[in-house]
Design a protein around this ligand. Structure first.
Ligand SMILES: Nc1nc2c(ncn2[C@@H]2O[C@H](COP(=O)(O)OP(=O)(O)OP(=O)(O)O)[C@@H](O)[C@H]2O)c(=O)[nH]1
Length: 312
């Protein structure tokens, strides 16, 4: 979590300097109050506010990358921190009667902070909408971070089965077909061997992005196993699913993968297999999810065999 803080070194340094200037100038210009003059209840309340602002600020920087939302929220919290910090300092330091700047520091940053936070939250809402749009093809109806694969960020086979079960129930009730498309990288073992596992991982990640770009909004992409992806195609008949499979094969075949240790791009092929549950192809009631997946895997295995025979 704290790795992210490294990207915000300048902001952290700036807030550190600002707080120090504030503390040192207040101490230099005023006298400390005696114990009897200090209202400990105010100290607890205002100190708590300062402490919370500081914690929020650190959590914000530790959990978010840089960008407009982070900057607006950061400056919003920073304004709160400066204003409540001055409030706290005034509890322990007595400034000369004529001093006015401390009142300005207590009151002016607060509304500015509120305004910045409000704009930041609005931007955050728009940002979240854009992220949801991207996530839709990865998660469809259910979000479960425990089922996410570390390499590609896609959901795993168990999640796929859960989603497929829901999809089949809804689609059958509406009389719509559902297809599953399995896609497997050819000779991935060789890619790993020639380029190394790290580059193999990178190819998996880049193919994930490519597939996400080339499926429809309503489809769901999961990592089924190793170098195998599964795509749930709601409201899609067998013929359409097969056409989509051909298109995805073409897209992958033309994708230029640039391995780190090579100047030239490499091109890799994939094989696919589809299976459909629909009016013309009904699966048995007993475990339709398992049947659909094993049919798609079977067709994929056949496609692999045909490819090997063609090369030979
Ligand atoms: N880099 C990387 N490799 C993986 C990962 N998961 C599985 N693999 C490797 O992927 C390979 C998959 O093996 P296969 O599908 O049998 O081999 P293949 O060479 O693609 O064979 P065909 O599918 O028949 O063309 C294995 O060598 C696994 O070690 C991963 O997360 N990252």
């Amino acid at each position: 979590m704290f790795q992210q803080l490294k990207n915000h070194g300048r902001k952290l340094a700036l807030i550190f300097v600002l707080l120090n200037v504030q503390i040192l100038s207040t101490l230099a210009l005023g006298d400390s109050k005696s114990w009897q003059e200090i209202d400990w209840l105010d100290i607890a309340g205002e100190g708590g506010a300062v402490w919370l602002c500081l914690v929020w600020l650190i959590v914000l920087l530790a959990t978010r990358p840089d960008g407009p939302v982070t900057r607006l929220l950061f400056w919003g919290f920073a304004c709160f921190l400066i204003a409540s910090g001055q409030d706290l300092l005034d509890e322990v330091v007595r400034l000369p009667e004529a001093t006015v700047w401390n009142h300005a520091v207590e009151s002016i940053p607060m509304p500015i902070g509120m305004l910045l936070m409000s704009i930041g939250l609005l931007y955050w809402y728009h940002e979240q909408q854009a992220l949801n749009e991207q996530l839709r093809k990865r998660e469809r109806r259910l979000r479960d971070h425990r089922r996410l694969d570390k390499v590609t960020g896609l959901a795993d086979a168990q999640y796929l089965s859960q989603q497929l079960e829901t999809e089949l129930t809804v689609a059958r009730a509406e009389g719509l077909p559902t297809s599953v498309l399995m896609l497997d990288i050819d000779k991935f073992r060789e890619i790993n061997r020639n380029l190394g596992m790290g580059e193999g991982d990178r190819l998996l990640r880049e193919l994930t992005e490519l597939l996400l770009l080339n499926i429809r909004r309503r489809d769901l992409l999961c990592r089924y196993a190793g170098d195998r992806f599964a795509i749930v195609l709601p409201a899609t008949c067998q013929t359409m699913a097969e056409l989509m499979a051909r298109q995805l094969e073409d897209v992958c075949r033309h994708f230029a993968f640039r391995a780190r240790n090579s100047d030239l791009a490499q091109f890799h092929t994939v094989s696919t297999g589809v299976a459909t549950d629909g009016l013309d192809v009904q699966l048995d009631e007993k475990d339709p999810v398992e049947q659909l997946l094993s049919r798609a895997n079977y067709r994929l295995a056949k496609a692999k065999e045909a490819r090997v025979l063609k090369v030979a």
